[in-house]
Ligand binder design. Sequence first.
Ligand code: ADP
Ligand code: AMP
Length: 215
Amino acid sequence: MNIILFGQPGAGKGTQAQKLSKKYGIPQISTGDILRANVKEGTKLGLEAKKYMDAGELVPDAVLIGIIKDRLLQPDAANGFLLDGYPRTIPQADALAGILDEIKKPIDAVINIAVPTPILLERLSGRWMSACGASYNTVFNPPKKEGVCDVCGDQLFQRPDDTSAAVANRLEVYQKQTAPLIDYYKGKGLLKDIDGTKDIDVVFEEIDKIAAPFK
Ligand code: ADP
Ligand code: AMP
């Protein structure tokens, strides 16, 4: 199962990737999570990425292409992968196509989770994250115990780029740099549109109908 979860910030990519990962035992590869882990550890990569992330800008393509190549070559991705947050630009998508061609793992589907902007804003302002990648929401998807991750037991945190100024910029950046990928993947016959406004479990059922044949 080689799937890209696509959509605007807050569409539910991480939420759905976690559910697919749990059901099929395929890794969720979130470039945002990889970058945040580097920021937390204070690596050179993290220090470079932080200024872009906090402002809601994209980290340069060359950095991301290096990250994704390394990650896709790790043994746990041998049986498939769920890409969450990558690709975000046409050069990233072209680089991905080259890598996947080399390792003979073609993309099965690009699932575009569509959610209107007012709902995205509501979701992101109430988002709490866990270091393991789980995503919660104070209104729509609260953890069992306040402030604690159901999956790994870590303390939840709010992302520095979920402030209203950074969110506004991320949505603009999406329109300019990421939205062109919709036509890019439509042209390859891979794009599947999903209504992401429904409840988390209903959205999952729809996504699973697309994903299951590729298990
Ligand atoms: P993305 O990875 O696309 O940025 P997330 O999966 O982190 O988005 O979800 C953004 C926020 O919206 C989180 O707070 C999450 O709990 C919540 N959320 C995700 N899917 C839904 C849904 N279908 N309905 C309501 N809230 C949702
Ligand atoms: P996300 O967790 O996917 O919302 O990503 C958080 C932030 O990490 C983004 O706003 C970017 O600054 C950076 N980032 C994550 N993935 C990418 C990517 N594929 N290309 C460029 N920047 C990225």
